[in-house]
Design a protein around this ligand. Structure first.
Ligand SMILES: *Cc1c(COP(=O)(O)O)cnc(C)c1O
Length: 406
């Protein structure tokens, strides 16, 4: 069976994890701090906080900004439900908008959805392909839209406009106009979950990049406390002789990354540009070469003059396929011992969200792209032979299902 996205765990990672296990320090400590510094240098943003997931990072940034009941947060209908769930956790209202043909949130749709209640926009770099951040920043800085913004907290007051909180779960290493994804907007959150491009088993990072007069180093320090019970000293600081006394300054959360997780991340990041991205790029190019001659295949966009994907997902689409036909194609592909996936079942289709009154009928492009989408396997150990086996399985399954009627 060709798996969809297995982790690449080699001796280097095992050695680094064992080093941590033997070091006597296994929770948040020196390796997490080093990983944060290396991420900041890699992404080119202002400060980075590592956490136990991207979901935690997204939620804590909404809470930091003071998003609460009565507020609205705009996000694409076409994403993983984590992006929406965190808005619900804060008591605010998710406002879904449709995507464009590159699977990313449609800027004109955002403009239509903004109201005086809008506090945050959460774009998603789908499959690793960056959204159009210049257009988005231009939109939130538009004088008429800024005038509509109603700040209620000192952070909202200081920013003076809608915050852009990028769900960059897929897009570490992608670039847009010469900058990496962490440096493109106010704040971006990466995921290091097991299936993501760069993994720490579970994990995530907040890439802070707020404009002046914000002090991103100060925000980092505050978030360290907020994500560790509101405790004013972390476990490492408390080990300093005589430094045992601590205070709880707010009812904080428990979201920290451990040094065991960071050890995996340090190895992954060190070879990310050299080994991981080129291997993923080669697989994307092989799929594109194999499918572009088929008139039934809609090839995903992953590069243009100004931006480039991190090659996280290869979302192939089958022209004219219904949802049922797509599902039948997937069943046949699995029969041929190849794992594929669908990214994503749109959030408004999930029972919790449809039960709250959201309807997929309001997001026609999202639905049209979802029904005929099949994500193909992409991972470092997917050899050219296996790529060919995937291509063969997809083409054969297409023929069996879609051409059996002729
Ligand atoms: C994976 C994913 C997340 C959540 O990441 P975690 O690290 O598992 O919390 C959020 N958004 C999108 C688009 C994702 O694919």
């Amino acid at each position: 069976m060709i798996p969809f996205s297995p982790p690449h765990i080699d001796q280097k990672i095992i050695d680094e994890v064992v080093d941590t296990l033997k070091s006597g320090w296994i929770t948040t400590g020196p390796k997490t701090k080093r990983f944060e510094k290396e991420l900041t240098a890699y992404n080119g943003n202002k400060a980075t906080l590592c956490l136990n997931s991207a979901t935690a990072g997204l939620e804590i940034m909404l809470r930091w900004f003071g998003v609460t009941a009565g507020d609205e947060v705009i996000l694409p209908a076409y994403t993983y439900s984590a992006t929406a769930n965190v808005v619900v956790h804060c008591g605010a209202t998710p406002v879904f908008v449709d995507v464009c043909s590159d699977f990313n949130i449609c800027i004109p749709e955002i403009a239509k959805a903004i109201t005086p209640k809008t506090k945050v926009i959460m774009p998603v770099d789908f499959g690793g392909y960056p959204c159009d951040y210049d257009a988005m920043m231009h939109l939130v800085n538009d004088p008429a839209i800024k005038k509509m913004f109603q700040p209620k907290t000192k952070e909202q007051e200081m920013l003076g406009r809608i915050m852009i909180l990028s769900d960059a779960a897929h897009s570490i290493g992608a670039w847009y106009k010469g900058k990496r994804t962490g440096a493109l907007t106010d704040v971006s959150v990466f995921s290091f979950h097991a299936v993501k491009n760069l993994t720490t088993a579970e994990g995530g990072a907040i890439a802070l990049n707020f404009p002046a007069p914000f002090d991103n180093e100060e925000i980092y320090k505050y978030l360290c406390i907020k994500t560790l019970h509101g405790q004013n000293k972390d476990a490492l600081a408390k080990t300093i002789p005589g430094n045992w006394r601590y205070d709880i300054v707010e009812a904080g959360f428990k979201m920290n990354m451990t040094d065991i997780m960071a050890s995996i991340g340090l190895v992954e990041l060190e070879r990310y540009d050299r080994e991981i991205l080129p291997a993923r790029k080669a697989i994307f190019e092989a799929y594109t070469a194999a499918f572009s001659s088929e008139d039934w295949a809609i090839i995903p966009e992953f590069k243009n003059d100004i931006k480039c994907s991190s090659y996280h997902l290869y979302p192939l689409r089958i022209k004219g396929a219904t949802e049922q036909q797509r599902d039948a194609i997937i069943a046949l592909i699995f029969e041929k011992q190849v794992s594929v996936n669908v990214h994503f079942i749109p959030v408004p289709m999930m029972s919790y969200y449809s039960g709250r009154g959201y309807s997929i009928n309001n997001y026609p492009r999202t639905f049209a792209m979802y029904v005929n989408e099949i994500s193909l396997p992409v991972y470092v150990d997917l050899t050219p032979d296996k790529v060919n086996a995937v291509v063969r399985a997809v083409k054969d399954a297409f023929t069996a299902i879609m051409q059996s009627n002729f």
